[in-house]
Ligand binder design. Structure first.
Ligand SMILES: CC(C)(COP(=O)(O)OP(=O)(O)OC[C@H]1O[C@@H](n2cnc3c(N)ncnc32)[C@H](O)[C@@H]1OP(=O)(O)O)[C@@H](O)C(=O)NCCC(=O)NCCS
Length: 196
């Protein structure tokens, strides 16, 4: 059983443990971490910031938890850089525990986050940027209905190199026209969390 929920300050220990366990698996897809990145203190600070940003609806950071036998963080999804006004856009980032890759969990949970972004936040567009060689990430986006729209040379400093990225996006109206019930239903798990 896997649970998707917002990350809270109290999760700092679980987040540090997740990042430590996956240090090698994530390295080639991530920025070089600061020296204290694998400590709970680092994540406590980050989570405090993210809770404040969440209250302002600027970003939402989710954890995928497994509760067997003990609570364990096994994946993360970030919906960040939320811009309102004429754009109504958010940017996705995600990772999973190496032990759970290719299990379909990320695809299922990303659909829930899309439901949250389009259904609750009423975003018009969600974008994601992937390195061209990240085939697993490309496949996840395809399964979630994203389309390829562009190419950004030397976009992000990943593992010490300025890496080219491919830009993908999903639009709210694409989902409606596709009648993707799975994504539309993604908002449901959040209804009890949403106090509005
Ligand atoms: C990207 C990532 C989150 C995918 O998570 P996941 O749990 O494996 O995703 P899913 O199981 O839902 O789907 C993975 C799909 O990619 C496919 N896949 C995996 N590796 C592949 C490869 N080398 N070539 C082609 N397809 C591949 C799987 O077969 C599966 O597709 P299928 O369902 O059609 O068989 C995970 O690989 C990860 O955490 N990577 C490191 C961090 C990262 O790259 N984050 C994204 C940065 S943009």
């Amino acid at each position: 059983m896997h649970i998707l929920r917002f990350l809270e300050v109290a999760d700092a220990e679980l987040v540090a443990d997740y990042q430590r366990r996956n240090r090698h698996f994530h390295r080639q897809w991530s920025p070089i971490p600061p020296p204290d990145y694998f400590t709970p203190q680092f994540h406590r600070r980050m989570l405090q910031q993210t809770v404040e940003r969440r209250e302002r609806e600027e970003e939402f950071r989710f954890g995928i938890f497994s509760d067997q036998p003990d609570p364990l963080l096994i994946g993360r999804i970030n919906l960040v850089a939320i811009e309102r006004g004429a754009f109504q856009n958010g940017r996705l980032g995600y990772s999973i525990d190496a032990k759970h890759r290719n299990s379909g969990i990320m695809t299922a949970m990303l659909k829930n986050v899309m439901g949250f972004g389009f259904g609750y936040l009423r975003l018009h567009r969600i974008e994601a940027n992937i390195m061209p060689r990240n085939e697993a990430s490309r496949r996840v986006l395809q399964k979630c209905g994203f389309r390829h729209i562009g190419y950004s040379p030397k976009m992000l400093l990943i593992n010490g190199q300025w890496e080219d990225h491919e830009l993908y996006m999903a639009l709210a109206e694409d989902l409606r026209s596709d009648q993707d019930d799975e994504i539309a239903a993604g908002l449901q798990p959040f209804l009890p969390l949403v106090d509005r």
